[in-house]
Ligand binder design. Structure first.
Ligand code: SAM
Length: 292
């Protein structure tokens, strides 16, 4: 691949997904895109670039998807889910006792392990959520991972990563080598394709946003821009959860870290609170919310 072709791909990926590749990631591009080129009947990456320049939007989508990292697993890093169970949900149960509803957004949900981990946490809360309207919205750039997430079917290897055995037995059915999440857990999660680079204000407002292990791939300017827009769709007393290697510190005043709660942030109140109307509109749009 020539420097011009590399630069073309670098810009394309930055513009379409936010992925900020440094100048030395030739091996990554080759390992991910060579199989794609071969599948498209092309001898190599120069021909792939040529075809995209010729206006193949389907190929652009495939290239962007192939370059995303979809690594995830159940209860990844454990701590955020402890925060969810021990800090976030107890506070929400009090703060939303009047309206008995909670909206949660997994902003880069990948193949579903993260939103379904949250769904299982909520299920474990049992009677505390009786009569509550619970929405978990899982979004991702990649349609392919969303399809897998919707199906809720995982390999033996995937269910062995992070998922306590009791939860496997309780919430999954085995089918040969595969395990499928029970329908009631799957029904708690709604799916929607969404690129974080684009406007997401139409989703309404959320009480909790998990946006983990995706901003890490973006440059500073893109992160700042996304934090600004996340702050507008998070309730003033809501919670933002980031990945272990991500932080708002030094990037934005829109959120402040929780003392003693790694990865957990709260709107700083610097920005105007989002309009309640938006939440009402969005709630009716995602009418598949589970009643607990
Ligand atoms: C490493 S996974 C993280 C999954 C999960 N949040 C976790 O922490 O386990 C990153 C996900 O971000 C998605 N992604 C990458 N760029 C995106 C973008 N611009 N908008 C939305 N999702 C994006 C990828 O498709 C991928 O599924």
């Amino acid at each position: 691949m020539s420097p011009v072709e590399y630069e073309y791909l670098r810009k394309l990926l930055k513009d379409h997904s936010g992925l900020d590749l440094s100048a030395d990631k030739h091996y990554l591009i080759e390992s991910r895109l060579l199989p794609l080129a071969r599948k498209a009947g092309l001898p190599g990456i120069p021909e792939l670039v040529q075809k995209m320049k010729g206006g193949s939007t389907a190929l652009v989508t495939q290239v962007v998807e192939a370059m995303t990292t979809n690594e995830t697993f159940f209860f990844r890093d454990k701590v955020p889910f402890d925060h969810f169970r021990d800090s976030i949900m107890p506070e929400i149960l009090q703060a939303r006792a009047g309206r008995k509803s909670v909206r949660i957004w997994c902003a880069a949900g990948s193949t579903g392990q993260e939103p379904y981990s949250l769904a299982m946490c909520l299920k474990e809360m049992g009677a505390a959520l009786t009569g509550w309207r619970v929405e978990i919205l899982a979004t991702d750039l990649s349609q392919e991972v969303l399809e897998k997430s919707k199906a809720g079917i995982y390999s033996q290897f995937e269910v062995q990563r992070g998922l306590p055995i009791q939860m496997l037995v309780k919430y999954f059915k085995q089918n040969g080598e595969l395990w499928q999440l029970n329908a009631d857990i799957r029904a708690m999660v709604q799916h929607r394709q969404l690129n974080l680079l684009h406007d997401f204000s139409q989703l309404g407002t959320f009480d909790v946003i998990f946006c983990r292990n995706v901003l890490i791939y973006f440059d500073q300017e893109t992160k700042i821009n996304i934090f600004g827009r996340l702050a507008r769709v998070l309730e003033p007393d809501g919670f933002l959860v980031l990945g272990a290697a991500e932080t708002v510190v030094g990037l934005t005043e829109d959120f402040k870290p929780f003392p003693d709660r790694r990865g957990l942030y709260r709107p700083s109140g610097v920005r105007a609170a989002p309009a309640k109307m938006a939440a009402a509109t969005a709630t009716s749009r995602f009418s598949a919310a589970a009643s607990m």
